[in-house]
Structures are given as C-alpha cells and as structure tokens.
Design a protein around this ligand. Structure first.
Ligand code: NAG
Ligand code: NAG
Length: 409
C-alpha cells in the first residue's frame, strides 16, 4: 500500500472502532463534539458575600455579566455555548413542595428568569446539583429527589447539569448516577449530563459503563489556579491514556476540568500550553475566569479558531502523548477527520527555549511529505519530509497541523 492508502486504512479503522463502541453510549444526541462554555467554580468558588463582594459573589448578576461578555466579545461565535452555575446557588432548604430553590437574595429573579436571559443571548444555561445528601458546600443534595430535581431543572429550561458526588457512598454510584440519566431523559428536555462519578470512585470505574450514562465526566482532582495543578492533570491523563482514550468519542468525553487561562497564575506560555493540550485531548473547553477583565493576549488564546477546530474535530478522537523525552519535552498528537494530524510539542523545561524535532512516523502521519501549518502563528510553514524541527519556549508549546501533500498521487 502507498502512504495515502495506509493512511485511509488507518482512518477507516479508527472510524469503525468509534462506531462499534458508540452503540454502547448515552444516546441523547448531545455533545457530539466536546462541550464549550464557562463555569463559575474555579475562579469564583463559593463566595456568597454579595454585601462585600457585589461583583464577584455567586449571584444572578455574575452569570448575566458573563453571558453579556460571551455574546459580545466573540466567545459565543467561537463556539463557547454554556454558562454554568456551580455550587452555592441554592437556599439551604427545599421549598414546601420539596423542590430545590435558588437563594432568594442572590438570585432574586429565579433560575427560570436567568435561563430566559441566557437564552436571549443565544447561549445555554448549566446548573449544578449533587448525587449525595448534600452538595460539596453543604446545600441540599439530590439523593432522594432525582426525579423531582430533574423535572425542576427541565421546567426552568436548564440545558446542562453537573452532578457532583460529595456526601455519598461511591459504591452506589454505578447504579445511582444512571437513575439521574433516566430522570433527565424522562423530562424530554435535552440536558447535557456531566458526571463526577469516576472522580470519587477508587479504583476507577469501568469507563465504558460511565460513557453509557454521561456526556462527560470528571476523572480526577479539581483544577486549582496553579501551573502545578495543570501539569498534575496532564500527567494523570498521560499515565492513564490507554483507558481514557477508549471511552472518549462523540457524545461522551473525559473532562480534565476547567481552563484557568486569564486567571492569576498562568503565564502566557503556560496558558497556551493548557489550551493546546486540552484541545488535543478533545477535552471540554470550559473556562473559569473573569471575562470582564480578561486581557487581549489571553482572550486571543481562548478564541484561536484553528486550535478550537482541533478540539471540536468531528472524528472525536482523544489525542495522546506519543513521546516523552528524558530532556523534559513531550509530543502529543490527534488524528483529524480531514485526514490531517494535529501535533503539540510541549516543553517542560524551565530554563530556556529548547530545540525539538519529531518524526512524522511518531505522530502517526504515514506520508513522507507534509505541509505544516502553525496553529498559534496562524501560518503555513512549508512542506517538510519525514520530520519537523522547532524551538519551544519554557513551559510552552508549539502546535501544528500536518496535511497531506500527496493524498491523490
Ligand atoms: C413543572 O411544570 C409543570 C407545568 O407547569 C407543573 O405541573 C409541574 O409541577 C412542574 N414541576 C416542577 C418539579 O416544578
Ligand atoms: C431519551 O432516550 C432515548 C433512548 O435512548 C433517546 O432516543 C432520546 O433522545 C432521549 N431523550 C432525551 C431528551 O434525552
């Protein structure tokens, strides 16, 4: 077989493999590409003190502000769709009919009105609840009320549910989370279902079963506002990639947690690294930052259409780390639907830029010649044979797309 034929064979094989296990996956027609949006948790946490922090407390105003920024500053047009409330939105008690209710001071208009506002901006609303007796911050849990809570969220026209796992017995999750899947389905409203089930299970559950009930799921620790946290998550994903990659595909994704680009700790290079690696891993792109004060450099990273296109690629293959050197650099790659290959070259050096080369073979590109496009520089670099060489900044990445030049020869 010639290079191009081998290549087609490889893609046919990937497509077949995806088709085979798609049969076993949650069939609500949602999240055929990784969900994109914004979520309050990492940046705004559980700040309920609106008296002293009126602009940053968890309140309807915060979510309305973020919806405005998403709609007006290009995020919606780039594909970011969900504005998601996390913990700390509820009253401490249910109402007289046993229903969850939003905090009356911080959400005076109620969740339905907030959903209407968000929908008027052509965005979608995500909400948060917990599988156990209480949410992680101590608000009412859903363990005995899954049908009622699903119906409440559907009545409020919610579009996405993050279902956390605090205050519960992890051993019951493999039967308990599917109850919420069923309750959401029974509402007849399309609601993306984000599970936290694998993050609480130890040892890890069978991801093929999780993929049957959830559109996305957290696997590992919450992200924190630090580079250490980002690389810890990357290392976890790389160490477990064989198992994680098998479970991912259109409608069902591993979720390494929020993007912290534009927050307090990541440098410009580190921010590009998080964005590139989350994109190549086909991870949900869910920002947690203050869109009102994001500087243009960080905004440009988050709005990079070519990198987003790698993440949102229809083939839906989660990319993998294919090489790790003793010299602190890594090569990641992801096959794309147009038969090209995306590559991230990641340097973990902390001293100076490093010259790194990778062979086309290493990244699964079978042809000898490739047209190389630089996705952060947004330019074609040229046609290269067998390998490519580049300079990578400390804690930084370069990201490329390798395209066939002899596809029809
Ligand atoms: C949902 O709305 C329907 C129709 O308005 C109402 O009958 C039902 O009680 C509501 N359910 C909840 C849980 O709010
Ligand atoms: C409910 O489940 C059925 C069968 O899996 C599916 O066809 C349908 O799209 C689901 N509906 C919703 C609203 O999730």
């Amino acid at each position: 077989m010639k290079g191009a034929e081998v290549f087609r064979f490889f893609f046919a094989f990937v497509a077949l493999a995806l088709d085979l296990h798609r049969i076993e996956c949650l069939d609500n027609g949602l999240s055929l590409t990784p969900p994109m949006g914004w979520m309050a948790w990492e940046r705004f946490r559980c700040n309920t003190d609106c008296k002293n922090f009126p602009d940053t407390c968890i309140s309807e105003k915060l979510f309305m502000n973020m919806a405005d920024r998403m709609a007006e500053d290009g995020f919606r047009d780039a594909g970011y769709e969900f504005i998601s409330i996390d913990d700390c939105w509820m009253e401490k008690t249910r109402d007289s009919k046993g229903r969850l209710q939003a905090d009356k001071e911080r959400f005076p208009s109620g969740i339905k009105a907030l959903a209407d506002y968000i929908h008027s901006k052509k965005l979608k609303l995500g909400i948060y609840a917990d599988y156990g007796t209480h949410t992680c911050a101590g608000y009412p849990g859903s363990i005995d009320n899954m049908v009622l809570d699903a119906q409440t969220f559907a009545n409020w026209t919610v579009d996405y549910l993050k279902f956390d796992g605090c205050y519960s017995d992890p051993k019951t999750m493999s039967s308990g989370y599917p109850k919420m899947t069923k309750a959401l389905n029974a509402t007849k409203r399309p609601i993306v279902f984000s599970c936290s089930w694998p993050a609480y299970w130890n040892p890890k559950p069978d991801y093929m079963v999780v993929a049957k009930y959830c559109n996305l799921w957290r696997n590992y620790n919450d992200i924190q506002d630090s580079w250490d946290s980002v690389v810890d998550i990357i290392d976890y994903y790389a160490a477990n990639q064989e198992e994680l990659i098998k479970a991912a595909g259109p409608g069902h994704w591993n979720d390494p947690d929020e993007l912290i680009i534009g927050d307090f700790s990541l440098s410009f290079e580190q921010s590009k690294s998080q964005f590139a690696i989350w994109s190549i891993m086909a991870s949900p792109l869910i920002m947690s930052n203050d869109l009102r004060s994001l500087t243009p450099r960080f905004r440009d990273i988050l709005l990079n259409k070519e990198v987003i296109a790698v993440n949102q690629d229809k083939l839906g293959v989660q990319g993998k780390r294919v090489f790790k050197s003793t010299d602190h650099y890594e090569i990641w790659c992801k096959p794309l639907a147009d038969e090209s290959v995306a590559v991230v070259v990641f340097s973990r050096r902390t001293d100076m830029p490093l010259e790194i080369s990778f062979s086309f073979k290493t990244v699964g590109f079978p042809a000898t010649s490739a047209s190389v496009r630089d996705l952060f520089e947004k330019m074609d670099v040229g046609v290269f044979n067998n390998a490519f060489r580049c300079l990578v900044n400390p804690n930084g990445v370069r990201m490329f797309k390798l395209l066939q030049v002899d596809a029809f020869s």
